[in-house]
Ligand binder design. Sequence first.
Ligand SMILES: CC(C)(COP(=O)(O)OP(=O)(O)OC[C@H]1O[C@@H](n2cnc3c(N)ncnc32)[C@H](O)[C@@H]1OP(=O)(O)O)[C@@H](O)C(=O)NCCC(=O)NCCS
Length: 164
Amino acid sequence: MATPSAPSAIVRPVLAGDIEAVAAFMASLWPDGTLAEHREEARAIIAGRPRSTLPLTLFVAEAAGRVVGFVEVGLRSHADGCDPVRPCGFVEGWWVEPEQRRRGVGRLLLARAEVWAQEQGCTEMASDTWADNEVSQRVHAALGFAVVDRCVNFRKALRPADAG
Ligand SMILES: CC(C)(COP(=O)(O)OP(=O)(O)OC[C@H]1O[C@@H](n2cnc3c(N)ncnc32)[C@H](O)[C@@H]1OP(=O)(O)O)[C@@H](O)C(=O)NCCC(=O)NCCS
């Protein structure tokens, strides 16, 4: 799966020693969570106790002896645009540190995530990204994903009904 310009990066399952690096990357990708929460998430996945009921795992990319990116991939029972009768692989998180981007590391991570999903019996891979994340949309398109849906999420607080 590596392109001719791919770096000498390798992709491997996450290890306990990667927790700090992965948690820091997660905090950059998902700033709503604290570093401590991301550490706990990574720890739980390594221990085989992910927050999800379906399988969820992490792979990291290592270059020059350093972790430079990760992909978090899981199964979802259903994803927009995918066959609803079987689970599909889902890219939950995908991050390469800025200095290492555009060198094929993201491609290597995704390829490993896809192999994992196939090993789980999946025939489809799904993902999502924010509407304003144009780079991510371009990368998804470049690596074979097609847009199946665009949606706007709403929220409304419900007030307790008046007593009496
Ligand atoms: C998405 C991300 C992981 C891709 O990692 P990467 O290592 O830069 O990706 P690659 O170098 O393997 O790029 C794969 C292909 O995507 C396309 N691509 C990558 N970066 C691009 C950019 N900035 N603009 C346009 N196309 C781009 C290219 O076609 C590229 O292949 P090529 O270099 O052979 O032409 C990285 O951009 C990232 O961490 N972004 C911030 C987090 C994020 O948005 N994650 C995705 C949503 S969860």
